[in-house]
Design a protein around this ligand. Sequence first.
Ligand SMILES: Nc1nc2c(ncn2[C@@H]2O[C@H](COP(=O)(O)OP(=O)(O)OP(=O)(O)O)[C@@H](O)[C@H]2O)c(=O)[nH]1
Ligand SMILES: [Mg+2]
Length: 231
Amino acid sequence: MNISSAIFDCSAPDLDSCPDETLPEFAFIGRSNVGKSSLLNMLAGELGLARVSPTPGFTKLINIFTMNKTWRLVDLPGYGFAQVARKDSARFNAAVTDYLEHRANLCMVFALLDSGLSPQAIDLEFVGWLVGNEVPFVLVFTKTDKVSAEMAHANIAAFMERISAWFEQPPAIFTCSAETGQGRQELLGVIDEAMTAIQAEAKQAGISSEDSAPQIPKETRKRRPDLNRPW
Ligand SMILES: Nc1nc2c(ncn2[C@@H]2O[C@H](COP(=O)(O)OP(=O)(O)OP(=O)(O)O)[C@@H](O)[C@H]2O)c(=O)[nH]1
Ligand SMILES: [Mg+2]
C-alpha cells in the first residue's frame, strides 16, 4: 500500500470531540514511550506528523490523521505514566478506554509492546482489558533496532506464553522499528486487508439494503457484538 497523503485532522480531548465516524480508523495504543507516535510517522512516511519525545506521557490527546483521504490513523495517549495515573487515580486514561470501547468506526488497534522488555504487568493487564472488551487488535513489538533478534524473540515468546490461555486463536504478532522502517510493509498490509474487507462490507450493505438491513459479515459481528458500523 502506498501513502499518497497524510493530513493532521484534529486533537480530541475525549470521544465526543472526535470527528464524524465516516472513515475507518486504526489506532495505536501502548505504554508511554513505547513508540506509538514514532510508528505512526514511520507508517505515514512523514517524520514530523505526530510529535515524538523521549519524555513519557508526551501525547495527551487523541490525535487523528487522515490517510489517503480514505482512512485514519489515531495516536492515543499512552498508559502507565506514573504522574498521569496518580492524578487520574485510574490505571488507564478514561478518554482512551471510552474511545476503544465505543468508537464505531474503529477497525483495528495496534497494541504496542517494547520488544526489549520481558512481559510487564501493566501490558498484560491492558491486553487483558482489550480481550475482555472484544476490541479487535494485533500485537506490535517495537524498537527492534535496539535489541538482538534473540532477545526480542525470547521476550515475544514469554509474552505470548503469558496470554495464551486467553484465546482460542492468539492475536497476530508483528515487529517494527521506527528507526529502520522494519515492519512497515507488514503493518500497512494489515490496514490494506482491513480496508479491502470494509469495502466489500460496504458493497454488500449497499446491495442488500434494497430488501433487508445492511449485512455485517459474521466474523465482524463476532469480534464486536454491538458494533453498528457507519459504512
Ligand atoms: N531506537 C528506537 N527508538 C525509538 C523507536 N520508536 C520510538 N523511539 C524513541 O522512543 C521515544 C518515545 O517515542 P514516542 O513515539 O514519542 O513514544 P509514544 O509511545 O508516542 O510515547 P507517549 O506519547 O509518551 O505515550 C522517543 O525518544 C523515540 O525517538 C524505535 O523504533 N527505535
Ligand atoms: Mg506519543
